[in-house]
Ligand binder design. Structure first.
Ligand code: ADP
Ligand code: MG
Length: 265
């Protein structure tokens, strides 16, 4: 799929969600949500547990269908596509609970990420290596580059199931980078991560964003949100209740109320 660049910035990964709806029986998990994650920006998605954030992520990533609404990536419809097609169009997501192949090494976990067939080549563009080759040696070289970038070199040859939860979060990010995505969706990258590793995760996201990568991040850690995000969307009970600059949004009474009223994590 050919992706269009955002004219003003030349950046890709602009994700637009319009009137998204998804119900599970009588539960309106996502109830008419619209917002845009602008290309080249870091957008935060917050809200108490049960707000519908993960359901929306699953729908955007093609793992579940919306009941109605549209999702476009750089102007192209991705709503209704399956996970492989969404992935091919340049959107990668990580999971709230990391899902590494536990017995495979960290390096092997990166080597098995499928290669995208078309679109922008974020990592390869950056290292200036031109077209991606399926050659094993080049793939390994790329994986080692990504592992070094994510501060994982010391554990590259260890089974992914044997490293810490925080390091597994970094493996999730590293696996996402192997796909050269235009936009990465991160589901609670800071959850259960010790402060030192959290700093590494934040710093790596900042660096990737500086190089042009777009992010949409679900997170409860307000330090992470306010230090990373350009804009913030707040959901509660399936609906968007606030949107704007992070520090202004989290100070709003109705946002504080939604967090205190919900089962905040
Ligand atoms: N597969 C499912 N089947 C039934 N209900 C679900 C399912 N997934 C989520 N829900 C419900 O949808 C609502 C939103 O959940 P979720 O998207 O996980 O919220 P969040 O990620 O914001 O904590 C909750 O009430 C949850 O119980
Ligand atoms: Mg969730």
């Amino acid at each position: 799929m050919q992706t269009a660049q955002t004219p003003e910035t030349g950046k890709t990964g602009r994700l637009e969600i319009r009137d998204a709806r998804k119900a599970f029986g009588s539960v309106r998990a996502v109830d008419g949500v619209s917002f845009t994650a602008e290309a080249g920006r870091i957008t935060g998605l917050v809200g108490p547990n049960g707000a519908g954030k993960t359901t929306l992520f699953n729908a955007i990533a093609g793992e579940a269908s919306l009941d109605s609404g549209t999702v476009t990536l750089d102007g192209a419809q991705i709503g209704g596509l399956g996970p492989h097609e969404v992935f091919s169009s340049g959107l990668t997501r990580t999971f709230q609970i990391p899902r590494p192949f536990a017995r495979m090494t960290v390096l092997e976990n990166l080597l098995v990420v499928p290669e995208r067939q078309a679109g922008e080549r974020f990592w390869n563009n950056w290292i200036g290596r031109g077209r991606v080759s399926r050659q094993e040696a080049e793939l390994r070289e790329k994986a080692h580059d990504v592992i070094a970038f994510c501060n994982l070199s010391a554990v590259a040859m260890q089974p992914a199931g044997s490293i810490s939860g925080g390091q597994q979060k970094l493996v999730e990010l590293a696996r996402a980078l192997m796909a050269d995505p235009g936009i990465v969706l991160l589901d609670e990258p800071g959850a259960g991560v010790n402060p030192a590793l959290l700093d590494t995760i934040i710093e790596r996201i900042v660096e990737l964003n500086r190089r042009g990568m777009t992010f949409l991040i679900i997170e409860h850690n307000m330090d992470l949100i306010t230090s990373l995000c350009d804009s913030l969307v707040v959901m509660a009970a399936g609906q968007k209740i606030a949107e704007g600059k992070p520090r202004e949004v989290i100070a709003r009474d109705d946002v504080v109320e939604a967090y205190l009223g919900g089962a905040a994590a």
